[in-house]
Design a protein around this ligand. Structure first.
Ligand SMILES: O=c1ccn([C@@H]2O[C@H](COP(=O)(O)OP(=O)(O)O[C@H]3O[C@H](CO)[C@H](O)[C@H](O)[C@H]3O)[C@@H](O)[C@H]2O)c(=O)[nH]1
Length: 339
């Protein structure tokens, strides 16, 4: 993509948005727009970055008008704005519908009208065989993207999704919470020791988006392969790194949580391409007249398993510690301990 492309990030003040902004600035993009609701966070970011390339738009993806204003003249869209906390979406599911489904439809419609080149929408492993409102609404977002892309052709706006697991240290996630508990000498609250999650760094997440921009065809979903670990393992590694011995308090599985997450279903794997670090799941581009189609079938495909956080590579303690020690938040927290 050319560096004079105008890039819009919805939800650009979150952890993902900021890492994306850093990456785009580093690459030399000349105009990066941020569309989000919270003026205080925008102001903080405006002051912290103080860069002329950044343009801030207050708006809400639920309000099409505010999206349209930010979309004029845009070439690329990263759609990251979402309600993403699992427990809170359980209590306010219709709010998740409004932002994650209807808001995403607004972003897509607005991008199509403004003739944007490419839109990448951020999804999550929780959208796969979803059991919670956050995952259900993200699954619907993927469907909205795919349904819209079926109506489009080569040369139109390219719509695609990226799906990934837990981003370590993202805002509101468990690692920063555990670090706060360790530092305050409080008990560490574990939901269920054997629960596993895919572990990705923010940089992995950004690379996946870049990959989608480079390679997307209409309606593709890109998935980053990732290792996983149990919550117990995560806590043990953090306690070792911080040389702490806080007691553990088991609080039980929270509303809407799964014991393990699935990144790709067996059905999707059948129509996916293994691209090394990534899977590309293409849309089923048949129409509703199934009788037109012919397939010879493939019996061996029945053996394919879902790709989930219990059967992916399980990080050893040494591997997990190495990954944790690379995270800036962990480095800072350890630095704070030593000074
Ligand atoms: O006090 C706590 C809180 C969480 N956990 C556990 O730690 C793991 C990670 O919890 P997070 O809250 O960090 O992450 P979630 O898996 O619940 O969901 C997160 O990861 C998703 C991607 O899968 C989305 O990005 C979502 O927005 C984000 O909240 C889970 O097994 C959870 O049960 C604890 O043990 N103790």
């Amino acid at each position: 993509m050319s560096l004079n492309s105008v890039v819009l990030i919805s939800g650009g003040t979150g952890s993902f948005g900021k890492t994306m902004v850093n990456s785009l600035l580093q690459q030399g993009y000349e105009e990066i727009r941020i569309l989000s609701r919270d003026e205080a966070k925008q102001e903080e970011m405006r002051i912290a970055y103080s860069r002329p390339e950044l343009k801030f738009f207050i708006g809400d993806i639920r309000d099409r008008n505010s999206v349209d204003k930010a979309m004029k003249g845009v070439d690329l869209v990263f759609h990251a704005a979402a309600l993403k906390q699992v427990p809170s979406c359980e209590f306010f599911p219709l709010e998740a519908v409004k932002t994650n489904i209807l808001g995403s439809q607004n972003v897509i419609d607005s991008a199509l009208e403004a003739d944007v080149k490419s839109v990448v929408c951020l999804s999550t492993d929780k959208a796969v065989m979803p059991i919670n409102a956050m995952g259900l609404t993200k699954a619907m977002m993927e469907k909205v993207v795919q349904a819209a892309s079926r109506q489009l052709s080569e040369g139109d706006t390219t719509l695609s999704c990226v799906r990934y697991g837990n981003v370590m240290c993202s805002r509101g996630s468990v690692i920063p919470l555990f670090i706060r508990q360790i530092k305050a000498g409080q008990p560490i609250t574990i939901t269920e020791a054997s629960m596993t999650r895919f572990m990705l760094s923010l940089d992995d997440a950004i690379n996946l988006v870049d990959f989608a921009f480079e390679h997307a065809s209409q309606g593709d979903i890109f998935i980053k392969k990732a290792p996983a670990c149990t919550v117990q393992q995560l806590v043990e590694c953090l306690l070792d790194l911080f040389e702490a011995s806080n007691p553990i308090k088991v609080i039980g599985i929270r509303h809407g949580e799964k014991l393990y997450e699935t990144l790709v279903t067996a059905e999707e794997l059948r129509r996916s391409k293994d691209m090394g670090d990534y899977y590309r799941v293409s849309i089923d581009d048949r129409d509703l007249n199934y009788s037109k189609y012919f397939t010879e079938g493939a019996v061996e495909e029945a053996d394919i398993e879902d790709y989930h956080s219990h059967n992916t590579h399980q990080l050893s303690k040494a591997e997990l510690k190495e990954i944790l020690l690379r995270l800036p938040e962990i480095k800072d927290a350890l630095q704070g301990d030593r000074s």
